[in-house]
Design a protein around this ligand. Structure first.
Ligand code: ZN
Ligand code: ZN
Length: 374
């Protein structure tokens, strides 16, 4: 069959992308689903900072690659052996397919699945195959999903079935921004009622962390970003205190306002500067969690003595330490009860041929969560 998809031609093209056009919408050949795979009609896909990190080279990946990893759609066809989904089912796509039997999967940590991670780095599906082709050869998959497209063949294990009542534009956000942001608070940091929390970086993931902190009963929710409009939105979503991270004495101001720092600080911007700020606003005995993805060469210098003398903890959080089949339905139910208003983060709807301009907007920091509507 054929599908139209946004294909990343090469990494590291200069901004503005409206001119250098790293993404080109192409008609590709899509092979039918193999064993354990399904064909999904993509209805909506979020534009995430990790897509931008592939485009700008912070997260090097092979090209050509059909981009997009945060999506929702409708199952259209089942490959051999798939018996627990049916055509017509609505699904959220998860960008680490889990094999179910590696050490990480056996420990109940499918986000760390080893074959899943290896397939993602190689640009393959979990089966080790590529389903997308153009005249000059195969096109790589992006994190087993490749959702900036009309159709996608994915591993069955990349799908979580959802309530069909949930609008698919909103459902898409659950695949990355919600899982990562809310999960960092409730699964990784395990915030309990009465604790104080800081969130550094207020994109789609960071604002979901603000929502998660409110849900978890945090007493103080300190939101930090360079853009004042995002601070205002964070206040509407439940932040109790906001500060502009660009102010020279920002860290000291936060420490003064929180009697020496917060119990848990979350770095959600994917930069060493944001991590430094998160570390500086964490109190003695507190925990700093990082969920951003900076360039692999960047280093965060850790004062080792503080780990001992202040009993500090630093933790990484990948996709919110999620178990997708457990967490996606939980978060969807909270959303439907009005307790996790992730629809407030949906800022613009874009079309397949507007992605380059949309990534310029994302790179400028002046948007929250844009969604491609297919
Ligand atoms: Zn993402
Ligand atoms: Zn596994």
């Amino acid at each position: 069959m054929k599908t139209r998809a946004a294909v990343l031609q090469a990494i590291g093209r200069p901004q503005p992308y409206a001119e250098s056009r790293p993404l080109v919408v192409e008609e590709l050949v899509l092979d039918p689903p193999g064993a354990g795979e399904v064909l999904v009609e993509i209805k909506a896909a979020g534009l995430c900072h990790s897509d931008l990190s592939v485009i700008n080279g912070d997260r090097p990946r092979p090209t050509p690659m059909a981009l997009g990893h945060e999506a929702a759609g409708i199952v259209r066809e089942l490959g051999p052996g798939v018996t627990d989904l049916a055509p017509g089912d609505h699904v959220v796509l998860v960008f680490v397919p889990s094999c179910g039997h590696c050490v990480a999967c056996m420990e109940g940590r499918p986000a760390l699945c080893e074959p899943g991670a290896a397939a993602n780095v190689a640009g393959n599906l979990l089966s080790g195959t590529k389903k997308l082709r153009r005249a000059d050869g195969p096109v790589h998959h992006h994190m087993g999903v490749s959702a900036f497209a009309e159709l996608a063949v994915v591993s069955r294990n990349s799908c979580v079935r959802i309530d069909p009542e949930l609008p698919l534009e909103e459902a898409a956000l659950f695949g990355c921004a919600v899982l990562t942001g809310v999960g960092a608070v409730v699964n990784t940091a395990r915030v309990v009622p009465g604790q104080s929390v800081a969130v550094v970086g207020l994109g789609g993931v960071g604002l979901n962390a603000v929502l998660g902190a409110r849900l978890a009963g945090a007493r103080r929710i300190v939101a930090l970003d360079l853009v004042d409009d995002k601070l205002a939105l964070a206040r509407q979503l439940g932040a109790t205190d906001t500060f502009n991270a660009g102010d020279a004495d920002c860290a000291q101001t936060v420490r003064d306002a929180t009697a020496g720092g917060v119990d848990l600080a979350l770095e959600m911007a994917g930069s060493v500067k944001a991590m430094e700020l998160a570390w500086q606003v964490t109190r003695r005995g507190g925990t700093t969690v990082t969920a951003g993805l900076p360039h692999p060469d960047h280093r965060f210098p850790l004062p080792q003595v503080a780990l001992v003398g202040e009993e500090r903890t630093v933790k990484g959080s990948y996709i919110g330490s999620c178990v997708p089949i457990r967490d996606v339905p939980r978060y969807v139910e909270l959303y439907r009860q009005g307790r996790l208003p992730v629809d407030r983060l949906l800022s613009e709807r874009v079309r397949l041929d507007e992605l380059n301009e949309a990534f310029d907007r994302l790179a400028s920091g002046r948007t929250i969560r844009q969604v491609l509507v297919v």
